[in-house]
Design a protein around this ligand. Structure first.
Ligand SMILES: [Zn+2]
Length: 651
């Protein structure tokens, strides 16, 4: 889902008007502004445990829709499998504002009760055992309530009636009897809509019948992939239709079927034509387009943005950003669906990031380039010091769909994982995640496990800091080049929110000389840590993270004096850093000759050994956090048994 508010942008700045308004690069202004416009009634949000005792297998929806009227009439036939014995009542989440016309079960009418605003309980004449496959048909009618972003809307375009649904996150129960949670996908559905013949009806899956019946037409959509309830959708108006063809990586030819407002047909054809290459890009970068046996497509609606309804995204316009975002959801959101609204970034962070990747992949075809796109996401996140990607209040639709956190910061978590793991392991881990969770739900630990398995890296701390924690780091870099050529860099960071004391990250710094430069990657594990890198040219300046791999702000870089004195030692010029030291001290050698290990002892002022160990060539940090404050001597023995002693102060 993606919100656009072009009319507000229009009001804000005339200059934006001249640009392509549907290329929504200012998503987060937009999302923030959208909050003021959410005025729909909000239903109760608690997942309903009364629906846990059965598994949804199949729905056949048969509806009569005239888009000139705010009304739905029809029936839902449900096939289910019982998961518990003594199953004598089946419960659905369903608005009590709709009238139950009948409930048929094994050819007879059965009774039901409505409890509260959203519970429909159907009493079965005899209890079923666990494992029973059964079905019933609920006929109903009425004017549904509309929640969230407008779960059931009747409107018009160009003077023509238009009706659409947008159920995410909690609105399915407003217009059909369902399980409203994120734990049971329906294995397959048929949607059969009868509408006056002036209109077309859009929905999920393949159109298997379009037939005239008197003054009406019947549209039969058949979908044979598992689907989350919030992704079931219909749109009805006087659509014009056309199809783009998309050759996929598996050799099949996918129809991209577009139902568009006739007055927007030229724009739509340009936009969906451009999207063909984006679909091929995702299809080759991740896994085959998930619903390749049916279709992809678009149906236009009047809500100010887009919604990734399975196999047919509903969109208000045809810009690159919106179309590539909704398309990305077919993999991240539809095939693999967030298993909790706390984890909505698994839908929205991914869709946002994939849209960004199209800017990296197709630079000549986009207005906003990849670098500027990244900068805009960073600026969105750092506009406030706190906020987690983990949704800490799922009762708030605006919090779930926070443009700053679920979209921009979520996308940046992925950008940083790509930097941390490398592109091969990052994309490989994502492919494994998609394959293992396909047509199911997933939560953040599942993604973490796949990225860890692929890369061999432990990402526990990463997800604690970046997913559950709040804020972002600011880095202070001081660098110095010694006469021998070695460049020392000291890296400090402050954090914007107390929930994270330190972000442990690989940090990129570009060292620039005359006509030459070198990007160094500093594995930052301690605040104030000193790094040494051998650079074969004279460094004139340094630049922090030139490619915007990291989410950070207010970074500083300066040249300074880091190493006051160096002592001559057989293994190379030696110094300790820092000195005085608090929790750790680093041992550095310039012109280092030693290989293998170097043994060390720490001796206190009384001459007692307090600590001992050995240093690897690259493991130069000694933990001194347990030492009492005072003066110590570090005794180092080289491979020939020669020793040298250096003093340091523990603060
Ligand atoms: Zn989205």
């Amino acid at each position: 889902m993606k919100k656009l508010l072009t009319f507000l942008l229009l009001a804000f700045t005339a200059s934006l008007f001249a640009q392509n308004l549907t290329d929504d690069d200012l998503e987060n202004i937009v999302c923030k502004e959208a909050e003021a416009h959410d005025h729909f009634f909000q239903p109760p949000l608690v997942a309903n445990p009364l629906t846990d005792n059965y598994d949804l297998k199949y729905y056949r929806f048969e509806w009569y829709i005239d888009p000139a009227y705010y009304f739905i009439e029809g029936k839902a036939t449900v096939y289910f499998e019982t998961l518990a014995d003594n199953f004598s009542e089946i419960n659905f989440d369903f608005s009590s504002q709709l009238a139950i016309d009948s409930i048929r079960y094994h050819g007879q009418d059965v009774a039901s009760t409505a409890d509260g605003n959203y519970l429909l309980s159907v009493q079965l004449p005899a209890a079923l055992p666990a494992g029973a496959l059964d079905s019933l048909t609920i006929a109903y009618s009425g004017a549904p309530p509309s929640s969230g972003f407008g779960s059931f809307i009747q409107s018009e375009h160009n003077g023509i009636p238009s009706l659409w649904t947008l159920s995410e996150p909690y609105g399915s129960q407003d217009w059909w009897p369902c399980k409203n949670g994120l734990d049971d996908k329906i294995d397959s559905i048929d949607i059969i809509i009868t509408t006056p013949s002036a209109y077309r009806a859009a929905s999920n899956g393949s159109l298997v019948q379009e037939a005239a019946v008197g003054s009406d037409k019947i549209y039969h959509w058949k979908h044979r992939y598992p689907i989350a309830p919030y992704l079931v959708a219909i749109g009805v108006t006087n659509y014009a239709q056309y199809t783009d063809n998309v050759p996929l990586s598996n050799g099949t030819n996918l129809p991209m079927l577009n139902y568009v407002y006739p007055e927007n047909l030229p724009d739509a054809q340009i936009g969906t034509g451009n999207l063909v290459q984006v679909l091929q890009f995702y299809d080759s970068l991740f896994v085959t387009y998930p619903f390749f046996e049916e279709k992809y497509g678009h149906a236009q609606f009047g809500w100010g943005g887009g919604m990734e309804h399975q196999t047919m995204s509903f969109v208000t316009s045809y810009g690159w950003s919106l179309l590539s975002h909704e398309l990305a959801h077919q993999w991240f959101g539809d095939m693999v669906t967030c298993g909790s609204w706390e984890d909505i970034w698994l839908n929205e962070g991914f869709a946002t990031y994939l849209e960004g990747l199209t800017r990296e992949r197709f630079p000549s075809q986009v207005q906003t380039q990849w670098y500027d796109w990244k900068l805009s996401k960073i600026n969105s996140v750092i506009s406030q010091p706190g906020g987690s990607v983990l949704v800490d209040d799922t009762t708030s639709v605006n919090r779930i769909f926070s443009g700053r956190l679920s979209y921009s910061k979520g996308a940046y978590l992925l950008q940083m994982l790509r930097w941390k793991l490398g592109s091969d392991d990052f994309f490989g881990g994502l492919r494994n995640y998609l394959n293992e969770r396909q047509f199911d739900y997933a939560k953040t630990p599942s993604l973490q496990a796949h990225l860890e398995a692929k890369s061999g890296q432990d990402l526990t701390e990463y997800f604690q800091d970046w997913f559950a924690g709040q804020g972002f780091p600011s880095y202070q870099v001081v660098w110095e080049q010694s006469s021998a050529g070695t460049v020392y860099l000291q890296l400090n960071q402050t954090t914007s929110h107390p929930s994270v004391g330190f972000f442990e990250m690989p940090v990129p710094v570009l060292l620039k000389g005359f006509g030459v430069d070198s990007l160094v990657r500093l594995e930052h594990t301690q605040n104030g840590e000193l790094f040494s890198v051998d650079i074969p040219f004279t460094v004139n300046s340094a630049q922090f993270d030139p490619d915007l791999w990291l989410l950070s702000a207010n970074n500083t870089v300066q040249e300074g004096e880091l190493v006051a004195t160096r002592d001559v030692f057989a293994e190379g010029n030696l110094f300790l850093f820092p000195n005085p030291a608090s929790d750790w001290v680093q041992v550095f050698f310039e012109n280092s000759k030693f290989q293998g290990e170097l043994n060390w002892h720490i001796v206190n002022a009384l001459g007692q050994e307090t600590k001992a160990g050995s240093l690897e060539r690259d493991g130069r940090t000694i933990d001194i956090s347990t030492l009492s404050p005072g003066l110590y001597r570090l005794v180092l023995a080289d491979r020939n048994g020669e020793t040298t002693v250096r003093s340091f102060v523990k603060k």
